[in-house]
Structures are given as structure tokens and as C-alpha cells.
Ligand binder design. Structure first.
Ligand code: HEM
Length: 409
């Protein structure tokens, strides 16, 4: 491509395109056709739903460059208004104190330093046995209640939820107090008031929990963090964010990933034949499905990207799903190929904000997928694939439910 060439969408229609609001318009695993049509140029002008002009990055190199560049800010207030994510309400609640994902250096660096050491590969691998036990428990319950199940309720949600609760020191039995709040925070159709209320409720829950951990520390991350210089308010904010990030992300990868593997029986067969391919399968599923998308940024100063000048104050939407399907980076990108080397995908973001929980998510998925398919060798969809309900307007894509069945022994 020639990045300096005239943008056909701008010149012919004389109007930059609007980012498609719906995640899927055909195959449940592929980016919508409108987005693919915009991917011929790595970076292009974009008209946001609220009318303002910004940029859309679909090329892998452009996306990576933007995410690695501290001149692109993550601060919500710079994108509000205007807001870069289509379908988002016009008014966002203020960023939470301790909201690591929406801050820039140096505030971001301070939180990040405190947390990275607690999420290392080594520490997360040590959790493997615990993940295996929780996975087995969920599979036992699913098998007993079977031979049909909603895989989301029975498996995809509880495994990561139990794990993040245990890690943080959040009682899983309290989930009525946080599960729907977290869902509202990720729901693009929820209005500002609903999001604000969900935020407040989540923070109130964590305020109580932080007090309890300070009074009586237990063996978990939240108690451990009470020994740092974080204030109670910061601890509650960080706790809420970690819980939200841990509840709804891996769960969607497990649900949608199972759907994708069942829809690609040759790939599933290859994984079954060689469970040693689990780690590589997980990377490929992360690339292929890109459930956390898009990532918004705002330029703090004029920055040149791919020969184009993004001006200070302009918003940029980094399309993870488009970047992960960039044919310049991943040959034959629309095929799920578990043997490929999918490393370098941007499903966990890139740069200073790259996903803190990625090693935990990897451990969970590397254990859960093979265990599921080993337990149910005849696992299949219980409805036609087009009837599987999808999460259209959520910052985290996935299946709402996944009805499955299997032959009993
Ligand atoms: C950041 C994706 C699992 C905690 C991110 C970002 C992405 C992402 C794309 C970067 C956002 C940005 O640059 O603005 C995912 C996916 C997951 C997953 C696809 C599952 C497969 C988790 C889990 C946790 C977690 C299990 C729980 C601990 C975080 C945190 C950040 C983050 C705290 C913010 C890091 C920072 O701003 O420095 N994640 N995530 N994630 N993720 Fe995850």
C-alpha cells in the first residue's frame, strides 16, 4: 500500500467513514465487512459517532507504533468529549482513583510498578495446579448436570471468576454484589448514569473489603497490597479494576474460543491429538478472536505515524481485531491455524498498558481448553451455529451463551 495515497473513502464519498458499531456482520469470528473494507490503509481518517473527526489504525505496524508511543495518552478525559468508541454514552463517569488503565506516566508507572511483580510468569505458573483443580470441579458439575449445558454458565465464566476472586481475596459468594456491575461497565449500550451507578456500587463493595483486609489480612493480593503506600481509595479502585478485568475477559475467550474450535473441527482434532499444542492454540485464538477491542488513545502532541500527521488532541482508535488480521503480519489471517506462530498479536495490547493479567489468562486457557475437550470427546453445539447469541455491543466480545451437548458414556 501507499500510505500517502488519497483515501478513497474520503475522496469518493468526501466523508470519512464511521466505524461499524456492531462487532459482527457475518461470520461470528471475523471482523465486520465494513471494518475489513477500511483495512486497506493502515491508518485513516475516521468520523466518530458523535460527529468529530479522528483516526482509525487497522495496520499491525501502525497499531503497535501508536500503542508503544507515550505521546498517545490513555486518559479518558482527553477523549471526553469527543468519545472515540462508537455506541458509548456521551458522558463517561470520572476515572476511578487507581484506574491504572486510564492513566498516563507518571501516575500509571507508580501503579504499574506495584503490580507487575505480583503478576509475573513465574507467579502465575505457580497457580496452574489451582486452575486445574477449579477446572476439574466445574467440569464435574457440568458432566453431572448434563448431557447438555450452557458452556458459558457452566465453565467459561466460573473458572476465571473463581480464580480472580481467589487471587484478589474477593469472596466468590459475594458475586451478586459485583457481577452485574462489571457487566454494565463493559456494556456499550448502558447509559452514563447506569455506568456511574455500577462504578459506585463496585467501589463501595471494595471500600468495605479493603477495610476488612486492613483489619485482618488474609493470604491474597488485596491484603498484600495493604502493606504498600496505596491509600484505601486507591486500593479500592485497583481492586475493582482487577476484578472487572479478570471476570469478563478470559471468560469470553473461553466461550468464544470453544465455539471457534468446534467450528474448525480439523484444528480441534489437531489439538486433541497433541495437547502439547495448547499454548500455541491459545495464542492463535487470542489473535483470531481479539475479544478486547478497540483500544482508544489521544495524541498529546503532533505525531507522525505511517507518514501521516496525527495532530495534538486528536483521538485514535486502534482496532485490535483488524491489526491481528493484517495480512502483512499474519499470512492467510482469516484462517484459524493452531500450528502458526501467532506471537506478536496485539490481543493483550502493547506498550506501557499491555495487559497485566496476560500470564494469568494464558495459564487459565492453557489448562481449560484441553481439559474441556478431554472430558467431553463428543462435545458439540446443541443449536445451529447461527443461533448462538453474540455480545454485539460490549467492549469485550464473546458469546452470551453457548448451548452444548455430548454423548454420555
Ligand atoms: C490491560 C486484554 C485478561 C488485567 C489490557 C489491555 C488489553 C487487555 C487489550 C490493554 C488496554 C489498553 O492498552 O488500553 C485482555 C484479554 C484478556 C485479559 C484479551 C483475556 C484473555 C486479563 C486478566 C486480568 C487483566 C485475567 C486480571 C488481572 C488487566 C489490567 C490492564 C489490562 C490491570 C491494565 C494495564 C495497564 O493499564 O497498565 N488487557 N486482558 N486482564 N488488563 Fe487485560
Amino acid at each position: 500500500y501507499d500510505p500517502t495515497a488519497a483515501d478513497p473513502a474520503t475522496t469518493t464519498a468526501e466523508e470519512p467513514p464511521i466505524l461499524p458499531a456492531d462487532r459482527h456482520t457475518g461470520c461470528p469470528f471475523d471482523p465486520p465487512a465494513e471494518l475489513t473494507a477500511l483495512s486497506d490503509k493502515p491508518l485513516r481518517r475516521l468520523r466518530y459517532a458523535d460527529g468529530h473527526l479522528g483516526w482509525l489504525a487497522t495496520g499491525h505496524a501502525a497499531a503497535r507504533a501508536i500503542l508503544a508511543d507515550p505521546r498517545f495518552s490513555s486518559r479518558y478525559e482527553l477523549m471526553h468529549p469527543p468519545l472515540p468508541i462508537p455506541g458509548m454514552p456521551q458522558e463517561l463517569p470520572p476515572a476511578m482513583v487507581g484506574d491504572i488503565i486510564g492513566l498516563d506516566a507518571p501516575e500509571h508507572t507508580r501503579y504499574r510498578r506495584l503490580l507487575t511483580g505480583r503478576f509475573t510468569v513465574r507467579r502465575m505458573r505457580r497457580l496452574t495446579e489451582r486452575v486445574e483443580r477449579l477446572t476439574t470441579e466445574c467440569l464435574d458439575a457440568m458432566e453431572q448436570a448434563g448431557p447438555t449445558a450452557d458452556l458459558v454458565q457452566a465453565f467459561a465464566q466460573p473458572v476465571p471468576a473463581l480464580m480472580i476472586c481467589e487471587l484478589l481475596g474477593v469472596p466468590y459468594a459475594d458475586r451478586e454484589r459485583f457481577q452485574s456491575q462489571v457487566a454494565t461497565l463493559f456494556d456499550q449500550t448502558a447509559d452514563a448514569q447506569a455506568k456511574g451507578e455500577a462504578h459506585t456500587a463496585l467501589l463501595r463493595y471494595f471500600d468495605e473489603l479493603v477495610l476488612a483486609k486492613r483489619a485482618e489480612p488474609t493470604d491474597d493480593l488485596l491484603s498484600d497490597l495493604t502493606t504498600s503506600d496505596l491509600t484505601d481509595e486507591e486500593l479500592a479502585g485497583i481492586g475493582g479494576l482487577l476484578l472487572a478485568a479478570g471476570l469478563d475477559t478470559t471468560a469470553n475467550m473461553l466461550g468464544l474460543g470453544t465455539f471457534a474450535l468446534l467450528s474448525n473441527p480439523d484444528q480441534l482434532e489437531a489439538l486433541r491429538a497433541d495437547p502439547g499444542l495448547a499454548e500455541q492454540t491459545v495464542e492463535e485464538l487470542l489473535r483470531y478472536l481479539s475479544v478486547a477491542d478497540p483500544i482508544p488513545r489521544a495524541a498529546l502532541e503532533d505525531v507522525e505515524v505511517e507518514g501521516q500527521l496525527v495532530r495534538a488532541g486528536e483521538t485514535v482508535t486502534v482496532s485490535v481485531q483488524a491489526a491481528n488480521r493484517d495480512p502483512h503480519r499474519f499470512p492467510d489471517p482469516d484462517r484459524l491455524v493452531i500450528h502458526r506462530k501467532a506471537t506478536g498479536h496485539l490481543a493483550f495490547g502493547h506498550g506501557a498498558h499491555q495487559c497485566l493479567g496476560q500470564q494469568l489468562a494464558r495459564v487459565e486457557m492453557t489448562v481449560a481448553f484441553p481439559a474441556l475437550f478431554a472430558r467431553f470427546p463428543t462435545l458439540r453445539l446443541a443449536v445451529p451455529p447461527q443461533e448462538v447469541p453474540l455480545r454485539e455491543r460490549s467492549n469485550i466480545y464473546g458469546v452470551v451463551s453457548l448451548p452444548v451437548t455430548w454423548d454420555e458414556e
